[in-house]
Design a protein around this ligand. Structure first.
Ligand SMILES: CNc1nc2cc3c(=O)[nH]c(N)nc3c(CC[C@H]3O[C@@H](OC)[C@H](OC)[C@@H]3OC)c2[nH]1
Length: 374
């Protein structure tokens, strides 16, 4: 008995997009969905109430970070992540595979696992597939990711093939090590780099292990977007229709639309929260750098089509002032807005799928946003 059940509500007539409901132990998620990233058990600058206010259904946390600080055993003793961070809706944790390779001074990778130095204090650590699952079981997220190697974009065929094959062997070990499949759904992660045959092998072999959901990994790591879309076209057809598909690390408005059209159901990205803290906001007419002088006396909202708390109560001039004055409220107001922008985009996408007008919606959105139609 798996912890989650994916219910396919409707297959879009215009594209590979689908409308779905993901039933989890902490509630139902309507897909396609964007998942705000809360790496260290908090979506930066947001309270859980504010996240619910803007329509967040599921948030992410990260195994690598929480293992290093405060430690998964402390979180377990606190009653698990939901208790610890006061979030009673679904949570997904990544396995840390990505962070070990991207954040730490990597020592080396062996069949057994990865030895690395903490980016916090340089202390030495070892994570194996079994250890990663043990940490995720202790944290208690509803959806947990297998421990994989996110193959670097520039890796050659030989390295990518060996890395993908090792990730498959690690996936088997994750499955065997997982203690609570009835409470926490373990997703397999497809690798294979930018190579069609390797992506097909990885997808087919991962699906043979019969996970409750599948992530497409190894993307949004510096490759051009059209390569990412090409890899999706090579990979998604081998993933079962009755299981959720999760494209890791993707979250710009155009990539969300292109991913949904190719059959992806779940997305995550630090982009909206990270650029918000630096003063860049999404609007229906493209991105705006609020610190620019042109906004100094602009008393209109960030986006006159936005229904968020920030747009209903504050002007561009005020928000620009907050950023120039380095006020903490600046990050909060911009984050509320950027997350609401993407969550509302996903609401609009779900509606368009229901009405079989997704490609029309995309064309209209791109034109207004200022994307050139490729
Ligand atoms: C930005 N582009 C991007 N491509 C990625 C590819 C992979 C991948 O192949 N395997 C794994 N395991 N993780 C990946 C990740 C990390 C996402 C996590 O990283 C954290 O955000 C940075 C966040 O942790 C809360 C999130 O949790 C799912 C990627 N991120």
């Amino acid at each position: 008995m798996s912890a989650i059940r994916y219910e396919l509500i409707k297959q879009c007539k215009q594209s590979g997009a689908r409308l779905g409901k993901l039933h989890t132990p902490h509630g139902i998620i309507e897909t396609p969905i964007f998942m705000p990233v809360g790496t260290q058990a908090t979506v930066k600058a947001m309270t859980p109430e504010e996240l619910k206010e803007i329509g967040a259904q599921i948030i992410l946390s990260n195994t690598y970070h929480l293992y290093l600080r405060p430690g998964e055993r402390l979180v377990e003793r606190a009653g698990g992540l939901h208790e610890f961070m006061n979030w009673d809706r679904p949570i997904l944790t990544d396995s840390g595979g990505f962070q070990v390779f991207s954040l730490s001074d990597l020592r080396n990778i062996t069949e057994e696992g990865v030895t690395f130095r903490s980016h916090l204090d340089g202390s030495k650590h070892f994570i194996s597939p079994e250890k990663a699952i043990e940490i995720e079981n202790a944290l208690g997220a509803d959806i947990i990711m297998a421990f994989d190697e996110c193959t670097p974009y520039e890796a050659d065929y030989e390295y990518t093939k060996n890395s993908m094959e090792r990730t498959l062997r690690w996936a088997e070990r994750c499955k065997s090590a997982h203690k609570k499949p009835d409470k926490q759904a373990l997703f397999g992660i497809v690798q294979g780099g930018m190579f069609k045959d390797l992506r097909e092998i990885s997808a087919k072999e991962t699906v043979k292990m019969d996970f409750p959901g599948y992530a497409v990994g190894g993307l949004s790591i510096g490759e051009p977007k059209d390569i990412m879309y090409q890899v999706l076209d090579w990979t998604v057809p081998f993933l079962p229709e009755n299981k959720p598909r999760y494209l890791m690390g993707v979250g710009s408005p155009d990539a969300l639309l292109e991913g949904v059209i190719r059959g992806i159901d779940m997305f995550d990205c630090v982009l909206p929260t990270r650029i918000a803290r630096n003063g860049t906001v999404f609007t229906s007419k493209g991105k705006v750098v609020i610190k620019n002088a042109e906004h100094a006396e602009d008393f209109s909202p960030l986006d006159d089509e936005c229904d968020c708390y920030t747009c209903k109560n504050y002007s561009r001039a005020y928000i620009r002032h907050l950023f120039k004055a380095k006020e903490i409220l600046a990050a909060r107001l911009a984050t509320i807005h950027n997350l609401r922008f993407l969550l509302k985009l996903m609401e609009d996408i779900r509606r368009a799928i229901m009405e079989d007008s997704l490609l029309d919606f995309k064309e209209e959105f791109f034109k207004k946003y200022g994307y050139t139609q490729d």
